[in-house]
Ligand binder design. Structure first.
Ligand SMILES: [Zn+2]
Length: 116
């Protein structure tokens, strides 16, 4: 799961595809979009036998500002290896207040960081 996130963040489409279950894997995958991933927060993860679920939030920066992707991903284990099956996700725009911590994880206030 974290490996998949890292692959997304680094634009490693090959890894993202390999870790995708053959039944649901897209034909083509283009990660060259303008999104820059800033952080991953795993809220919960659960495995029962060969099925697993991960609930996470990931923050990204795109041309419109900041956004949060929240997803419950389903994973399936085959031959000892976990594959991403599918997930329910939602994307929300993130509009930090000027005095809020900056979503880029710099540790500074938004107004003194990316808003400046
Ligand atoms: Zn910032």
């Amino acid at each position: 799961m974290r490996a998949r996130y890292s692959a997304y963040a680094l634009g490693n489409a090959a890894y993202v595809k390999t870790s995708w279950h053959p039944d649901t894997r897209p034909q083509t995958l283009d990660l060259a979009g303008g999104d820059r991933w800033l952080g991953l927060n795993v809220l919960s993860s659960d495995a029962h036998g060969d099925t697993g679920e991960v609930h996470f939030r990931a923050t990204c920066r795109n041309f419109e500002g900041f956004a949060v992707l929240e997803e419950r991903s389903r994973f399936l284990r085959e031959h000892g290896q976990w594959f991403y099956l599918d997930g329910d996700h939602a994307v929300h725009a993130l509009r930090p207040g000027r005095n809020d911590p900056c979503p880029c994880n710099s540790g500074r206030k938004f107004k003194k960081c990316c808003a400046a």
